[in-house]
Design a protein around this ligand. Structure first.
Ligand code: HEM
Length: 162
């Protein structure tokens, strides 16, 4: 019973998290890029990204805790880094990437970078930075979808661990 509860918590949190990420990537970022005024562009994106990052930290923790509980309850941790456990390993690696991004890089590097852009205004290649941010966000959407697909493979079908 507890396992199924963890499964539902895991799935619902992933929906909110990756859905939010897709919204930022497909709606907010293109809107920011189209904003002509450099300062307005940075400030708009900075406020939304910063707020989303603090919620995403909670999503990351809940997804990780529920995922690790399920993994240990089933004894699947022994399969990490083995052939049979490839989908499980993919999910875990993507989660670790996000953990480092949200708890390490975002508060230190990305927040500082956006603050510097807001301060320095026209002296910086803001369009260049936004191009990089755009590429980075699409990369994060892609690996997160890969983790979700890997999760479905763990739970169902011929590669399932059951
Ligand atoms: C970004 C990170 C993650 C995403 C997007 C993700 C996504 C998913 C999805 C979509 C499922 C499929 C559920 C279903 O088909 O019903 C799933 C299942 C699962 N996930 Fe994750 N997951 C992530 C991280 C983790 C982590 C870190 C662990 C633990 C090491 C984990 C352990 C599991 C397990 C054990 C299942 C199978 C549940 C079952 O068989 O009922 N996940 N995940």
């Amino acid at each position: 019973m507890f396992f199924y509860l963890m499964h539902i918590v895991h799935l619902l949190t992933v929906i909110l998290w990756i859905g939010g990420l897709a919204f930022v990537t497909m709606i907010v970022l293109p809107m920011a890029i189209k904003t002509p005024d450099a300062l307005q562009k940075v400030l708009m994106f900075q406020r939304i990204e910063h707020r989303f990052a603090s919620i995403a930290r909670a999503y990351n923790l809940i997804t990780g805790i529920s995922g690790f509980i399920m993994m240990f309850m089933m004894g699947w941790h022994k399969l990490l880094f083995t052939r049979a456990g490839i989908p499980l390993t993919v999910m875990t690696m993507v989660w670790v990437f996000w953990f480092v991004m949200l708890f390490g890089l975002e508060p230190i590097i990305i927040k500082k970078m956006l603050e510097n852009m807001a301060k320095s205004g026209a002296q910086m290649d803001i369009d260049g930075v936004f191009k990089k941010l755009n590429r980075m966000h699409w990369f994060m959407v892609a690996i997160s979808l890969a983790a979700a697909a890997a999760g479905a493979l763990v739970a169902h079908g011929p590669l399932s661990l059951y």
